[in-house]
Design a protein around this ligand. Structure first.
Ligand code: ZN
Length: 463
């Protein structure tokens, strides 16, 4: 039996329906959307603002365990940056057991749901035991992530990462041995993970290359060909151009800047997600926008690590596609990430409302432009099948509570502006993934157990 919801205000690609009627079938797919009650069948009423769930397009779930633990100066280095943070991360990852990996990911995934994400692209590179020995089950750590997403009820696009070198022409460091695969065993892992999909309808399997530092050109070509032989529609993600140091190294070794090399050598298209892409020159920016690839921005992680600011306005004006990820999990809040993205440019340019366009209907509201862009980019990068509350899409619905102070007195036109810019209170009240409620009235039934497992694990890890 389909379920029909009467939503007080329902987000639509072209505006809002107030009320909107949303009919969802037993498979969790939206079959009808209307501004009118079409039948005499019973409806369930949902007060507030109903928006599509967003896909978080870049996550390393285990790094949730490091949040707040690297915000001090150690005295070992005069300068702290991404590379010094990476040393701290390596020390943490060295101790992680499969149980820890699952416990930390469960908390991170629960928090993503609580802030309105309904799926995540997990850029997963911790595959083996500390020191590099294989687990009996080569997919052990991947299976832990699948279990964590299943426990939380979050859609998962798992992106096993190919990681082969410690840097261009360098063998892996000891701490990196947990990450390393040859191309053949890497492709075998993807095959294995695809067999897990019949257990979980919201599990998708894509692929990722760690970076052009960690994967050599011949390996990039072999992996891309191998992935497409398995699944011609597979999503492919890569870390790229996060720091100027990486650009210098890639340019010296490959003769081109990283995004330019990808444009010239692998043929970027809409299946690709370029994670960070912080430092692009004008030709790379135009090429990336024209390729229809998604740029995966992680505004709070990039701010936390001091990476730099992406040329968002030029890229957006060139109709470049982008979405947001929570990467190191120093935040899992959609509103906080989008606010950081817009505020970074406001501070740089000393102007307000920089991404919105005057006299452009919905496009004149910063909140709406930011949310809708991240929604489309997240769906494209994840392939989850949601991304809009329209017939044929998966029913991923997030209800924002109009009674929370942050939304009090707001109407649909300003609701997204208020959510993102109107305060730090989280108005997410109910979250539905694939037609099933996973959070109702702010409560997730497994939250106490997930928190307890995390508390136990982090106490051991940080002793
Ligand atoms: Zn990352």
């Amino acid at each position: 039996m389909p379920t029909i919801y009467e939503v007080e205000h329902l987000h639509q690609p072209s505006g809002w329906l107030s009320p909107g009627y949303l009919e969802i079938d037993d498979r969790g797919v939206i079959v009808r959307v209307s501004g009118h009650r079409a039948t005499s069948e019973e409806t369930q009423t949902l007060a507030g603002f109903g928006v599509p769930g967003l896909s978080n397009l870049h996550s390393h779930a285990f790094q949730r365990g490091l949040a707040g633990r690297t915000e001090h100066v150690t005295g070992e280095r005069a300068e702290a940056n991404l590379w010094t943070w990476r040393e701290q991360m390596y020390r943490f990852v060295d101790r992680l057991t499969p149980e820890d990996y699952e416990a930390i990911a469960s908390l991170a995934y629960l928090e993503m749901l609580q802030f309105g994400f309904t799926s995540v692209c997990e850029f997963h590179y911790v595959h083996h035991q500390s020191g590099g020995a294989r687990y009996d089950n080569p997919a052990e750590m991947s299976d832990r992530l699948i279990a964590a997403a299943d426990r939380a009820g979050l859609g998962l696009t798992i992106l096993p990462v190919l990681y082969a070198h410690g840097g261009i022409g360098k063998p892996p460091e000891k701490a990196q041995l947990r990450f390393v695969h040859g191309v053949d065993l890497y492709l075998a892992l993807i095959d294995t993970l695809r067999s897990r999909r019949d257990r979980c309808a919201t599990l998708h399997v894509g692929a990722a290359l760690h970076s052009l530092r960690a994967v050599a050109p011949d390996e990039v070509r072999a992996a891309v060909a191998g992935v497409y032989a398995i699944d011609p529609a597979a999503r492919l993600h890569i870390h790229v151009s996060e720091t100027t140091q990486e650009i210098t190294e890639v340019e010296a070794a490959l003769g081109a800047r990283p995004v330019q090399w990808l444009l010239d050598n692998v043929g970027l298209d809409g299946k690709w997600c370029l994670v960070h892409a912080t430092h692009l020159d004008a030709a790379e920016l135009a090429g990336a926008a024209a390729s229809a690839a998604v740029v995966g921005l992680c505004p709070l992680t990039e701010a936390n690590l001091g990476d730099g600011l992406f040329s968002l306005l030029d890229y957006h004006a060139a109709k470049g596609r982008w979405g947001i990820g929570t990467d190191s999990q120093c935040s899992t809040s959609i509103a906080a990430e989008l606010r950081m993205l817009e505020y970074g440019k406001r501070l740089e340019l000393r102007r307000r409302n920089v991404i919105a366009r005057p006299a452009d209907g919905l496009g004149s509201h910063s909140g709406r432009v930011l949310f809708d862009s991240a929604l489309a980019g997240g769906e494209q990068a994840s392939g989850q099948g949601g991304g809009a509350l329209v017939p044929g899409r998966r029913a991923d619905l997030v209800m924002l509570d109009g009674d929370r102070n942050v939304l009090l007195g707001h109407v649909p036109q300003t609701a997204l502006d208020a959510w993102i810019f109107g305060g730090t209170q989280n108005p997410v009240r109910d979250v539905m993934v694939a037609g099933k409620w996973v959070i109702r009235d702010g409560r997730h039934p497994k939250e106490p157990a997930i928190r307890e497992a995390y508390r136990d694990c982090i106490a051991c890890l940080t002793q």
